[in-house]
Ligand binder design. Structure first.
Ligand code: ZN
Length: 379
């Protein structure tokens, strides 16, 4: 195929079907929604009530390198999400925003235990979020687009409620919840702390991913996979520590990196977020370039759209600018993500064959048509 047909322009990136596996519900609110919810619920802690200024504040704080300021951003989003109505609205808008950005399938995660300050039961939190996503899917369909959203329930490492949250994920597995995750500080809270929870999930034939190898190195990744049985890794950036280049320039994978690649363990990488938290020094030095060229099962994700000032399209634009990726690369990342979803196999296959592949083919063909048409008019 001619190279030109394969160029990923910003417009094509936005229109191409995208799949998102790692996105936090409380990290993706619209600034205007944060302000309106704060007003409606009497929340008075916001640093600004101007949506543009507030949006900038979130990104600046996440970029500041200060953990305190970074955590403060979540104090505000979580602070305004303490009612069923707020959770419903945030979830519905999340689905709409992702669909507007060309995302066709998303797994959005959140920690139900963070939304109980207003007196909600865990089940009420889950039901409000699921209802919100169904509403967002309906609005999207009414606008002529299509998105499917599943959820992952997170337990916070520091709160010791993992067993309870895992049971919640299993209880709601037929009502939109597709899996489980643990999030929160990696250092001092190794994945094995929740070993019994992961054993429970495996006995239940339930899916889970683990945030590992972002702030902490290889031991965290190794524990997540070999002791806990994680099917995917949240970030997994530090797996590059197990890859070396010999004097002659040939690449050597250590045992763990080999295992991760051989078993096709998906890496939920979030370039912008990884740079913000210092897990990678820059996009150019982000391991995603190297891991992609070594054919690891790499996926591209947003993590926190509000704090990162990002979208899926924005992540791909950065990667295209930095690594010269084409539409083919973008399709490769997207199919990788769809293959790695916690959705049943037949549904994943249907999205790949009926939505993703035709979507990319359509964009390439469209270009061909324009070019041919251009030539015709030129003559
Ligand atoms: Zn995350």
């Amino acid at each position: 195929m001619h190279d030109e047909l394969n160029i990923a322009t910003p417009d094509r990136i936005r229109r191409a079907p995208k799949v998102l596996l790692h996105d936090h519900l409380d990290g993706g609110l619209r600034p205007s929604t944060v302000i309106e919810l704060a007003e409606a619920h009497g929340y008075r802690e916001l640093p600004s009530t101007d949506s543009e200024e507030l949006g900038r504040w979130f990104v600046d704080s996440a970029n500041s390198g200060s953990l305190e300021r970074y955590l403060e951003t979540f104090a505000h989003t979580v602070g305004v999400m303490q009612s069923a109505e707020a959770l419903f609205r945030v979830a519905a808008e999340c689905a709409e925003d992702l669909a507007d950005d060309g995302v066709v399938y998303a797994e959005v995660r959140y920690a139900p235990e963070l939304f109980q300050e207003g007196g909600l039961e865990l089940a009420e939190v889950v039901e409000a979020v699921e209802a919100g996503f169904r509403e967002g899917e309906r609005r999207t369909a009414a606008a002529g687009r299509r998105i499917r959203v599943g959820t992952l329930l997170c337990a916070m490492r520091q709160n010791a409620r993992a067993a309870e949250i895992a049971k919640l994920a299993v209880d709601y597995r037929d009502d939109g919840v597709l899996g489980f995750d643990i999030a929160g500080p990696e250092a001092g809270f190794p994945p094995t702390w929740n070993r019994e929870t992961f054993e429970y999930l495996r006995r239940q034939n339930a899916h889970f991913t683990i945030h590992a190898g972002e702030a902490f190195g290889l031991p965290s990744i190794w524990e997540a996979i070999q002791h806990c049985g994680a099917e995917r890794l949240g970030h997994g950036v530090r797996i590059v520590d197990d890859i070396s280049t010999t004097g002659s320039g040939s690449v050597r994978l250590g045992r763990l990196a080999s295992y991760v690649r051989d078993r096709r363990i998906p890496l939920e990488m979030c370039p912008t977020s990884n740079v913000q938290t210092g897990a990678a020094p820059s996009i150019a030095e982000h391991p995603i370039g190297r891991l992609r060229s070594l054919y690891f099962r790499v996926t591209v994700n947003t993590d926190n759209r509000l704090m990162g000032g990002t979208t899926m399209s924005h992540e791909f634009e950065k990667l295209v600018d930095t690594f010269g990726y084409t539409l083919d690369d973008m399709q490769w990342f997207t199919v990788n993500a769809m293959k790695s979803a916690f959705l049943p196999f037949d549904e994943r296959l249907a999205l790949i064959n009926d939505v993703i592949k035709p979507g990319y083919a359509g964009i390439r063909a469209e270009r061909l048509f324009t070019q041919a048409g251009g030539e015709r008019t030129a003559r």
